[in-house]
Design a protein around this ligand. Structure first.
Ligand code: SAM
Length: 234
């Protein structure tokens, strides 16, 4: 396996305007995926954005087949361009969730479809108004839908990883994952500070927290969130 510098690759990758800019979740997703993907695996990068996770994996693991999709037309175009620029080949499709992959089976699915409260997403530097995040007030709608459908798109021993971001209802997502998979394990976890420009959302965030829709800690007057990546095994 080749050791690549994910952050360096991000710097070298062209991310078009109004497309999700790779962030900590992208990095943790890559670091988790690299531990679970083996040679010759068929891998799906679901919610591929600019294609960064799939590209990083193809540069790291020999002989994998890469499939990428996103609901957003500009993201799909951007991914195609970035694969070409890196001289890599993948099957890249447009569509919501698993819609582009009817009758396909994968050995490993990296789910990175928008998974934070839609209310917060709209006012965040990550999504803004342009990048789709129809995840509901508690951020779980898309992830839960993916978890419930995943079995149809996984080989018998296939696994799927999902991000668990505390700006969504993590407990609800984990419960559904445990109902649908025999093993759900947290592989990576990191705390991070909410960006300064989002501090105006504090009242809304407290309201969502009081409904158990999201969770965060406060220290030194700063809001601390957590991102984990769970691997769901059949
Ligand atoms: C958090 S971003 C991740 C992008 C990329 N994986 C990265 O790390 O930079 C979430 C992506 O999910 C896509 N998305 C939102 N709703 C979707 C849906 N219903 N089906 C597929 N992709 C969706 C967005 O367009 C966005 O590109």
């Amino acid at each position: 396996m080749l050791k690549i510098d994910f952050n360096q690759l991000v710097k070298l990758t062209n991310v078009s305007k109004n497309i999700f800019k790779p962030n900590l979740t992208s990095q943790l997703s890559f670091e988790t995926a690299i531990l679970g993907i083996k040679k010759n695996f068929k891998v799906l990068d679901l919610g591929c954005g600019c294609g960064i996770i799939g590209i990083a994996l193809m540069k790291s693991i020999p002989n994998i087949e890469m499939y990428c999709s996103d609901f957003d037309t500009s993201s799909v175009k951007n991914t195609k361009k970035n694969f070409t620029q890196n001289k890599l080949k993948a099957d890249i499709r447009e569509g919501s969730l698993f819609d582009p992959w009817l009758n396909k089976k994968f050995d490993y699915i990296i789910n990175d479809v928008s998974g934070i409260s839609s209310v917060i997403a709209k006012n965040s530097p990550w999504f803004g108004k342009e990048i789709p995040c129809d995840s509901g007030e508690d951020g779980s709608d898309l992830t839960i839908s993916i978890i419930k459908k995943a079995k149809d798109y996984l080989t018998d021993k296939g696994s799927m990883q999902i991000p668990l971001i505390s700006l969504s209802n993590v407990e609800k997502i984990v419960n559904v994952a445990k109902e649908n998979f025999s093993n759900v394990k947290i592989v990576k976890s990191k705390d991070w500070f909410l960006p300064k420009e989002m501090e105006g959302l504090k009242n809304k965030m407290n309201e969502l927290k009081s409904k158990n829709y999201i969770n965060f800690d406060e220290k030194f007057g700063k809001i601390i969130c957590k991102t984990s990546i769970a691997v769901c095994e059949q």
